[in-house]
Design a protein around this ligand. Structure first.
Ligand SMILES: [Zn+2]
Length: 363
């Protein structure tokens, strides 16, 4: 009923595409070197509302690559989905300090509220992808991730190398934004202007910060306590990927939208500053982006500012809010898998981006 149009793809060559016969070959050097027992494809998504096509495309690519890697390398594969519930839910200006304060989705909605959001927008989609590709997945929230002793211990270790790390995490100012939300209300200074690391000892780290409503507070972060640790995007990726490098049985492959490619140079610099051995550096696969007419990524907020979807040739409502897809979740997944399989079939198609016009489907 919702058959995709037959794309007449004519993709330019690139250094990477030219080096590969198949997209999944991207993983072969590391698989041969690391000799893992299994491969996990890691995909993280900010859960700030209804997903758009670009998000679902990365996720579909994760399942299809997992399926293909299982066949090609004869290894067990799975997908790990991180629902980033530390995305800002609300940002307010504190008139007294002139600093922005923010509240995460987790702090605004609570654990059950976040579960409900993931259950509404992601679970049915992932269940359908999983059953269509026969690939298992685990879903975790950022809140669960930051509460894990391995993640927290890894964070504490980065503090010992802070001097080497901070320019990678914040090249313009060298100031790293580590948000420690107020234990009373859960709000935190967005840019952590008054958050200070006052003591780092063998057990943990003592921070002081200032809440707009409750004044100054102390928070001690150690591997097992419950204090919330809200790391900005680059820092979170560094800590997460550094923790993955310690797992010698599972190879973790980061799936990211193509707009992440530049940012990963900073993550890599930080991982090197932490002494990560070259052979343990993460493997990354960048997926095609869906672009507007300007060549910029299809962005909900920019399109809204430009007066709506009419500003994008070929733009359709479901591309921005995939709940607007005029069919069932399984039909949506079938169409996406068809599309991404087609792209994966030739590295020239996969390692490039597409305009909304090219991504249309006929009904
Ligand atoms: Zn407070």
């Amino acid at each position: 009923m919702f058959e995709p149009t037959t794309p007449t793809l004519n993709s330019p060559n690139s250094v990477l595409a030219n080096a590969l016969l198949s997209t999944v070959d991207m993983l072969r050097p590391r698989v041969r070197e690391a000799r893992p027992e299994r491969i996990e494809f890691v995909v993280g998504t900010q859960i700030n509302g209804v997903p758009h096509l670009g998000t679902n495309l990365v996720q579909s690519a994760a399942f299809l690559l997992a399926q293909e890697a299982r066949n090609v390398f004869r290894l067990e594969t799975a997908v790990r989905f991180s629902a980033l519930d530390n995305a800002p839910y609300e940002i307010v200006l504190d008139p007294t300090s002139g600093h922005d304060y923010q509240q995460t989705y987790f702090h605004a909605l609570g654990r059950l509220g976040v579960e409900k959001l993931v259950g509404r927008y992601y679970r049915p989609f992932f269940d359908s992808l999983s059953s269509a590709t026969d690939v298992e997945y685990v879903a975790e929230t950022y809140t669960e991730q930051q509460a894990g002793p391995a993640f927290r211990a890894e964070f504490l270790r980065t503090l010992e190398a802070e001097e080497d790390l901070r320019w990678w995490l914040s090249p313009s100012t060298g100031v790293v934004h580590t948000r420690i939300p107020c234990p009373m209300c859960g709000w935190a200074e967005k840019r952590a202007e008054r958050t200070r690391l006052v003591r780092l000892d063998g057990e943990g780290a003592l921070y002081t910060a200032v809440c707009q409503n409750h004044g100054a507070y102390d928070t001690y972060i150690d591997p097992t306590d419950a204090a919330y640790l809200d790391l900005a995007t680059l820092y979170r990726n560094v800590v997460k990927e550094r923790a993955f490098t310690r797992d010698t049985t599972t190879l973790h492959v980061m799936l990211k939208g193509g707009d992440w490619a530049g940012g990963c140079q900073l993550v890599d610099g930080a991982l090197e500053a932490l002494g990560t051995p070259g052979r343990r550096m993460p493997v990354r696969v960048f997926t095609p982006q869906v672009l507007s007419d300007t060549g910029g990524k299809l962005s909900k907020s920019l399109i809204r500012a430009a007066g709506g979807l009419a500003s994008v040739s070929g733009g359709e409502p479901w591309m921005l809010s995939t709940t607007g897809w005029p069919g069932t979740t399984d039909q949506f997944v079938d169409a996406l898998l068809w599309l991404v399989r087609h792209l994966l079939a030739d590295p020239k198609h996969f390692f490039r981006s597409f305009t909304a016009q090219e991504s249309r489907h006929k009904s």
